[in-house]
Write a protein that binds this ligand. Structure first.
Ligand code: THU
Length: 134
C-alpha cells in the first residue's frame, strides 16, 4: 500500500528540517515519471512568513532540476494522525501535478491515507482560469 522508498526518503528529511520556531519537522518525497525521487523538508525563518513547507521544497527542487512530470507525492510528520498539506502547498501541488496523481499522507506511527491531488484541492484555481497555456 505505502511506497516504502518514498516513505523512507521523506522520513530521512525529518532530520534535515529547519524548524527552530515550530519544532514541527515535515518531510516530503516526490516521485517523477522516470522513477527518480526528489525530497524536501520545511525551512523556517525568523520572519515566519518566509518559511517554506516540505512539499514546496520538494516540488521546487524537482522543477529547478528540470523535471515536470510527476507520479506520486508522499508527506510525513511526527503527527498523531496523518499530516495534510497547507493551503498554499495544495495550490502549488495542483499547479504541477495531475488531478489523478496519488498523494500519500502519513505519519511516523504507521498511518497512511492515500488520496489524489484533486481531493486535496477541489476546484483549484489553474492556468485555464487565466486562459494561459503552460
Ligand atoms: N509545514 C509543512 O512543511 N508542511 C505541511 O504540510 C504543514 C506545515 C511546516 C511549516 C512550518 O515550518 C511548520 O510545518 C509548522 O506549520
Amino acid at each position: 500500500m505505502i511506497p516504502q522508498d518514498l516513505y523512507q526518503a521523506a522520513t530521512n528529511m525529518l532530520t534535515r528540517a529547519y524548524a527552530p520556531y515550530s519544532h514541527f519537522p515535515v518531510g516530503a518525497a516526490l516521485l517523477d515519471a522516470n522513477g527518480q525521487i526528489y525530497t524536501g523538508c520545511n525551512i523556517e525563518n525568523a520572519a515566519y512568513g518566509a518559511t517554506n513547507c516540505a512539499e514546496r521544497t520538494a516540488l521546487f527542487t524537482a522543477i529547478a532540476a528540470g523535471q515536470r512530470d510527476f507520479a506520486a507525492l508522499l508527506i510525513t510528520g511526527k503527527t498523531k494522525d496523518v499530516i495534510w498539506p497547507c493551503g498554499t502547498c495544495r495550490q502549488v501541488i495542483s499547479e504541477f501535478c495531475s488531478p489523478q496523481m496519488p498523494v500519500y499522507l502519513t505519519n511516523q506511527n504507521n498511518q497512511v491515507q492515500k488520496i489524489t491531488v484533486a481531493q486535496l484541492l477541489p476546484g483549484a484555481f489553474s492556468a485555464e482560469d487565466l486562459n494561459y497555456e503552460r
